[in-house]
Design a protein around this ligand. Structure first.
Ligand code: ADP
Ligand code: MG
Length: 337
């Protein structure tokens, strides 16, 4: 008798969720990235109990067509790529079509969405659609995720304290907000507003909203380009340092990524200006042809593979070094004027 069988859709989604949805912050990341891909200019995030009770992300983006709502929750269902060629030219943050299916398999999810005409509301729990009806909602999408990991007790146990989970959420929203200064973000929890950015497109102002005005005042704007890359952002004066690398944010085509080589290039740009164990505050938005970035390396897309990483590292190091060298030539009295 045959022993091998295909797993049910619900179970395979739950297995995928194990990779994509590690903790409440992963849900926030996926939902905010979807809102960004939908061209939202305002993204409001509301969380209760560090996201374990409720995560709600509301955007004013494109919305989802009524006929697409069911498909959106299917695994590997996406509107963002069509064929193999698209996979190498991904401009959107999403493309794997896994997030909604994964989230809906481990939580109680309500989607309210409208493309501007009639709106749709769906309630889906543990992967099963419980209710779907038409509803008048304004253009955009609101996803509400309740009781995360209610049916995956092992994952729930792995989740850390509310404080730690909240810190992870604030961290990812901060970085996405700095990568998208043209979008107004709010993050609220039961204790009040945790983050609010104006969405004016001014990165320094966005940074001031996140790290505070006194930090933002000690930042220098940087710009660099080669035929392959364009780099824009802010780097701190050597006098403003932190005890961890946490305050370095690299965004590639709007995607927050971790990259050891590029981090090293940033530190190298400071040369001997940093004390051992101290790190600068740096926000770099890097733009490049998507053909140069392989984003299909890891399910969470946190790590990417760059085909000209050494060239990019050189550009980063040189841009920062030149900026800081120029700064040294300016007398203290004239700085920051
Ligand atoms: P992916 O982002 O990789 O395409 P998701 O599972 O995150 O996969 O989303 C599935 C699809 O649902 C998206 O391709 C998009 O068409 C639609 N979608 C999800 N969230 C939103 C949103 N906030 N606004 C508009 N469309 C959305
Ligand atoms: Mg997505």
């Amino acid at each position: 008798m045959a022993k091998i069988h295909e797993l049910s859709e619900a179970l395979s989604n739950q297995i995928a969720a194990g990779e994509v949805i590690e903790r409440p912050a992963s849900v926030v990341k996926e939902l905010v990235e979807n809102a960004i891909d939908a061209h939202a200019t305002q993204i409001d995030i509301r969380i209760v109990k560090a996201g374990l009770d409720t995560i709600q992300v509301t955007d004013n983006g494109d919305g989802i067509e009524q006929d697409d709502v069911d498909t959106a929750f299917k695994r590997h269902a996406t509107s963002k790529i069509h064929d193999r060629n698209d996979l190498f030219r991904v401009r959107s943050l999403g493309f794997r079509g896994e997030a909604l299916a994964s989230i809906a398999s481990v939580a109680d999810v309500t989607l309210e969405t409208s493309t501007g005409e009639v709106g749709t509301a769906v309630h889906i729990k543990g992967g099963d659609i419980l209710d779907q009806h038409l509803e008048a909602v304004r253009k955009g999408t609101a996803l509400t995720v309740r009781d995360l990991f209610y049916n995956t007790p092992a994952r729930l146990k792995y989740v850390k304290s509310y404080q730690t989970e909240l810190a992870h959420i604030v961290d990812i929203v901060n970085r996405l907000a700095m990568g998208h200064p043209q979008i107004a973000f709010t993050l609220k929890n039961e204790h009040g507003v945790q983050l609010k950015t104006a969405g004016t497109g001014d990165l320094q102002q966005t940074i001031a909203g996140i790290y505070g005005v006194s930090v933002a005042q000690k930042l220098l704007p940087v710009h660099g380009e080669t035929p392959d890359f364009e780099l824009d952002g802010y780097v701190s004066l050597p006098e403003l340092t932190r005890a961890s690398r946490q305050y370095i944010s690299l965004l590639i085509n709007g995607r927050y990524v971790k990259n050891t080589q590029l981090n090293k290039a940033i530190i190298a740009g400071y040369g001997s200006k940093l004390m051992v164990g101290r790190y600068p505050v740096v926000i770099l938005n890097l733009q490049m042809d998507p053909l140069l970035v392989d984003v299909n390396v890891h399910p969470t897309k946190r790590e990417v593979r760059l085909s000209k990483e050494a060239d990019l590292a050189k550009l980063i190091q040189a841009t920062i070094r030149t900026k800081l060298a120029q700064q040294n030539l300016i007398p203290d009295a004239l700085r920051n004027q």
